[in-house]
Design a protein around this ligand. Sequence first.
Ligand code: DON
Length: 592
Amino acid sequence: MQKTIIQTVSKGIKTSTLFAMALLCFSQANAQVEKDKNVKAFEFLSNSNSQDVRKAQEFKNGAVVSAHPEATAVGVEILKKGGNAVDATVAVKFALAVVYPNAGNIGGGGFLIYRSAKGELNSMDFREKAPALAQKDMYLDINGDPISEKSKEGHLAAGVPGTVSGMVELHKKYGKLKWAELVEPAYQLATKGFKITKQQANELNRLKSKFQQFNPLGTVFIKGEGEWKQGDLLVQTELANTMRLIRDKGRAGFYEGEVANYIVEEMKRGGGLISKEDLKNYKAAWRAPILGDYKGYKVITMPPTSSGGIALVQLLQSIAPYPISKWGHNSDSTTQVMVEAERRAYADRAKHLGDPDFWKVPQKELLEPAYNKSRMANLNWDKATPSTEIQAGEFAKKESEETTHFSVVDKEGNAVSLTTTINTSYGNYVVVKGAGFLLNNEMDDFSVKPGVANYFGLIGYEANAIAPNKRMLSSMTPTILEKDGKLSMVVGTPGGSTIITSVFQTIVNVIDFGMDMQEAVNAKKFHHQWLPDRVDVEPKALTPEVQQKLEAKGYTFYKRNSIGRVDAILVTKNGTYQTGADPRGDDTAGGW
Ligand code: DON
């Protein structure tokens, strides 16, 4: 194996021209991104609950942890009725599309990991696709410079939605209850309305001018008079009609007929690209999950089109040789080794990962323990490794801010870990007229130009370039852990580029630091993504002493309000389901 790995960790001056160019583009684009976008996105992820110290709850017969209390209640009800984890997943997914419009979505996509009680493993990629008319340079101006807002806002930013196809395929394969029964709660919530939370009221007020700009014909998200307040009833009549069609016609209720017409008309009005053919052709893909091992736990996680699973396993392999439990949670040595692992894994992500239907991802090589160990060989305990000295690994050629996550486990032990998104909060701000749902701005997850940072500051190259019908690279990391052949943990989170590092830390918090599920979720997090070369930290993630020690070694820190919003379930030794619902949001655990 060693022979196939030619690692090029160049030293300073040997840094390639490509990298230097990328760094320049990156810093120009990123300066703007950071100034006006990135921070706002993540401010949304923190709310007034963030100071509460939640305690773990335990349930015997099944549990659901999601971003909204109404959606969690829907899932628990389905489980109590005799539905399995997949039935509850479908019902929660559609309910979130109503009560959590900023991310819940039928206008976006996502990923899921499934593990049956008997140990069958599967994963589904229902990620959006670039429309057939998309072009590699579609977000560049005449000089070849990115027109940054075009991939982030408005009709042109939308990829072909995958959610409804994903849920239909999931239900077909593993569901038990009738489809209509699972969509009905979402239909009811849209018809009768639900009370918005304080956080949602603030968001809708803040985004009023965006909704006006992109919805000249009006949308329910714009309040007629005055401001939205906590507890206001949000009734979504057009969305209710869409939910009725999905309930009664399944896939055809969304990708054909009335709703498809509404989407295409909306595209025509706003200069978007999604066509009837794009909608008809969209199909979610079942893929073999990534499997890894960490200290006796089997890690079952998301393969490309997400980068999350590969990067997570790389991170776990990179830190496995170090005695972090002895060093302590977020101590200087633990933080340093995790940050250095993150820097290296994200460098690989930028170069090697993309839609596997379009790009040969060196999956086997990246998941080789020897490779990840070798990547850490130049860790210098006295000094931060500058990101300019880290390149993606090279392999010999072979012949040949806003997402949401939820976790569900049923009585039998079937489990689903699902992360879904329309990308940033409220997607591209376009609410399809007549159909009542928001579209995604997922096209921004492509690399619009080599080395230019996307919304989350991530850069990419050819592997993630735009092409017709291609899926854009993701960081979503729905994950399930198994121990001794039995279900152990169901975990995942939103948070853009911080998804991978938040899942990583949550797992390590339980396995290495003995935290219970809620403690592991509550614990303050940090994040490094190679570029920009800085450690993002939540308040109090590191003690002032630890931060000073690391600063003295050359690490720079960037304060973030909050990182991640993890919703997870841990199976305890006595077989109960222990939940962790992130206090950074309105996230709620339920069960019976
Ligand atoms: O797929 C991705 O990696 C991003 N579109 C996820 C966006 C996200 O998590 C936003 N939430 N804060």
